[in-house]
Design a protein around this ligand. Structure first.
Ligand code: A3P
Length: 269
């Protein structure tokens, strides 16, 4: 869409606020299939890094839209930024929020895999996620809850913060697992929540068995089938099952509280 006299840049009506490595890029790219949605291409980081630049700076980062089109952006770090809920509310108390969540154990491995791809010398996942894991047989092993890949999977605390400012009707939680297993069904929920006519359907997706993920048959920018970039849907390293079980035990009580407050059982193992 070329800027013309009918289009103007507007502050976002909708934000994808997180969660990092849960499928936020997939959600944004899928939403962009909708003619009534326009999104900033890259992460803007206004409510965490650039808030001091002010709302006019932020507005200028937005794509031009026609009246009636939704303006949106995604910055996953908003989810864990303590000041973000208050700041977002002060921009627009009726903004709609989307957050993708995924089994926190897989999320942690995905987060680690991303860091390891940039820093090949990074220690093993198990050595970073667990404390005392190299202290020998029988040494007590506990989860390092302060390591960001572990900490970010405790979804309950940020959820409480967001729900202090926004009602549940304004925040849609999306299952990262279902976004992969049945993207059309999950996108139907999203379109309904955003009050959009149902445009994004089965017809847009195909399962690419080489990639192991749903991909797009066509989009606004490309008329041929394509998947998300190589940095989405990476293969993960093998992780010691004992470490996996430790992490599962660690997350279980937090997941249960998260299910309770959200009213959704995400069914993570
Ligand atoms: P992995 O690369 O570890 O598999 P984010 O965009 O928030 O960084 O999330 C990245 C994750 O999105 C990927 O993690 C992948 O599991 C998930 N994902 C969901 N749908 C996808 C799709 N259609 N193609 C690629 N990755 C997808």
């Amino acid at each position: 869409l070329k800027p013309n006299s009918n289009t103007v840049k507007r502050l976002p009506d909708v934000l994808i606020v997180g969660v990092k490595k849960c499928g936020t890029r997939a959600l944004l790219e899928f939403l962009r299939l909708h003619p009534d949605v326009r999104a900033a291409g890259s992460e803007v980081h206004f409510f965490d890094k650039y808030y001091h630049k002010g709302f006019e700076w932020y507005r200028d980062k937005m794509p031009p839209t026609l009246e009636g089109q939704i303006t949106m952006e995604k910055t996953p770090s908003y989810w864990v930024t303590r000041s973000a809920p208050k700041r977002v509310y002060s921009m627009n108390p009726s903004v709609k929020l989307l957050a993708v969540v995924r089994d926190p154990v897989t999320r942690a491995i995905s987060d680690y895999t991303q860091s390891a791809s940039k820093r090949p010398s990074l220690p093993k996942f198990e050595d970073l996620a667990l404390i005392n894991s190299t202290a020998g047989w029988g040494a007590p092993v506990s989860v390092d809850a302060s390591w960001p890949p572990v900490r970010i999977g405790v979804y309950i605390r940020p959820l409480r913060r967001w729900l202090k400012r926004f009602s549940k009707e304004k925040l849609l939680l999306i299952s990262g697992e279902r976004l992969v297993a049945d993207p059309a069904a999950e996108m139907a929920r999203v379109q309904d929540f955003l009050g959009l006519k149902l445009v994004i359907t089965e017809k847009h997706f195909y399962f690419n068995s080489t990639k192991g993920f749903p991909c797009l048959l066509k989009s606004e920018s490309r008329s041929t089938p394509h998947c998300l970039g190589k940095n989405k849907g990476r293969s993960h390293p093998h992780i010691d099952p004992v470490a996996i079980e430790k992490l599962r035990e660690f997350y279980r009580p937090f997941n249960e509280k998260f299910y309770e407050l959200s009213g959704i059982n995400f069914g993570w193992p």
